[in-house]
Ligand binder design. Sequence first.
Ligand code: WT7
Length: 567
Amino acid sequence: MHNIGSYDERAKNFSWDISEKELGYQPGDNINIGWYCTDRICDMGKAEKTALIWEGLGGKHKQYTYNDLRLLSNTIAGFLTSLGIVAEDRVCIFLDRIPELYIGFVGILKTGAIAQPLFSAFGEESLIVRLENAETKAIITQKKHLGKVRKIVDKLPYLKHIIVVDDPGKAPLQQLEIAFDMDNAERLEHYEVYPTKAESPSVLHYTSGTTGMPKGVKHVHYSLISQYLTAKWVLDLKENDIYWCTADPGWVTGTSYGIISPWALGVTQCVNDIGFSADAWYSFIEKHRISVWYSAPTAIRSLMKAGDEVIKKYDLSSLRHLASVGEPLNAEAVIWSDKVFGLKFHDSYWQTETGSIMISNYPGMPIKAGSMGKPFPGVVSAVVDPESYEEINDTGKIGLIAFRPGWPAMMRMYWNNEQVYKAKFNNGWYIPGDRAYIDPEGYFWFVGRDDDIINTGGHLVSPFEVESALLEHPAVAESAVVSKPDFVNMEVVKAFVCLKPGYEATPELNLEIMNFIRKKLSPLAMPQDIEYIPNLPKTRSGKIMRRMLKAQEWGEEIGDTSTLEDD
Ligand code: WT7
């Protein structure tokens, strides 16, 4: 039997009290995610249960029990406290997917400070805007990323501590830097967990904006109430599961469902930091007997591309439930997974801002391949008219996805940006910015984003950020950045560039610009294609018409350009 039982029954009689009760939480109590993920599981008699199985490159392997997790997160929390970190300080985690990232996250939450995870492939420009905006006080990083941090440290007056978790070797530590060796530090048996309340801030995730700089999405400890129950009902996590979430905690899936919910449920989870290859992934599943697997369409399409033969080499019979998130999951991918694994990927839809799964296919519910499924019980959801924000009642008619605010994991604010936060609400709805329609049976079908943001392999990239970075290259006079189609990543970044006089479009310049962006922002933001054009199409008011360039890339009708003129 699946945890959710009958979706229809659950949807009829839903209240978040179900989750509060299971977690033993009553309104007004203290609630600290760090404590729920460690001490509580130990108190429930599972101290010796494996919490984390980790594999790195070169056959590196580590394993931690819930008691290890409890003690090590205490140790980290104690160390941060000794440095002077206090509640609500922002502590950035800038690490590869190593155990210190996962356990450090929990440790930060125990101090009452706010965890700010950033993707370790970020370059200095991506890093600085996010650290500046959050006025981050400490950053936890490793030797290999120290160079990027050192380059920007002088521009960050709020940054007081740079914690290096691996042996800094011969290179002496510089100003603000301090070493911390988690595995060998003296373990702290007792740490007084900070008495956070429901509305105390917990996590700050940065997400790309359309026209401005990245926005810091502020979450609170009460988000656990959503994350716990969605993981239980959507991912169907149970006592004996071995769970693998392939997302990096630099992104929200990697924290909500890659740290918080599996550990709050007391499940054993596996993590690897070995890069992607079909062989490596299948052998990881086989070796650890993974039963529940939460992944992303880009990974699934990469596996499809690797072919079906390679699957036969592995025993994947441990798998029992598959789910996906981050970008549209094509019907073909669902049909393929059913064919090769005997299991369908269950698509789920949500955002950094929503903090937890909002629309999904549930275990036991008939799946319509290509559909995102139905709203989570208790989530009031609709498709609304883009002008009036009134609910559209005609099935099949496309509109904007809308949610009634009120689920526990909803963001509480964009960091220092109330104006943009407020603009996300209209007519009593929260508007995520995606277009969809609902079919007669209540299933949601994703149509596309309602803005210019590029979703490459499940990662959002802001054209504005790439264009701003391009302007810093000496050869670039102007640019427009749009998505172009790609089989594996669905969308990749394409840049249209106008060169400054004296520069010539050469293959060398192409490579130079690509590398410039890769280093400054990240490999995700790097244009896969650069096209040099003499002028960019613009509206009368001088705005670049990205949509026209995008339509060209996707072979779509450009339509009536006069309507594009000034919007
Ligand atoms: C955007 C949110 C929360 C997961 C990681 C991404 C797109 C997300 C789906 C899906 C089609 C999807 C939307 C959404 N998206 N899930 N199942 N089908 N599109 O979080 O970085 O905040 O991105 O990803 O456009 O708004 P994010």
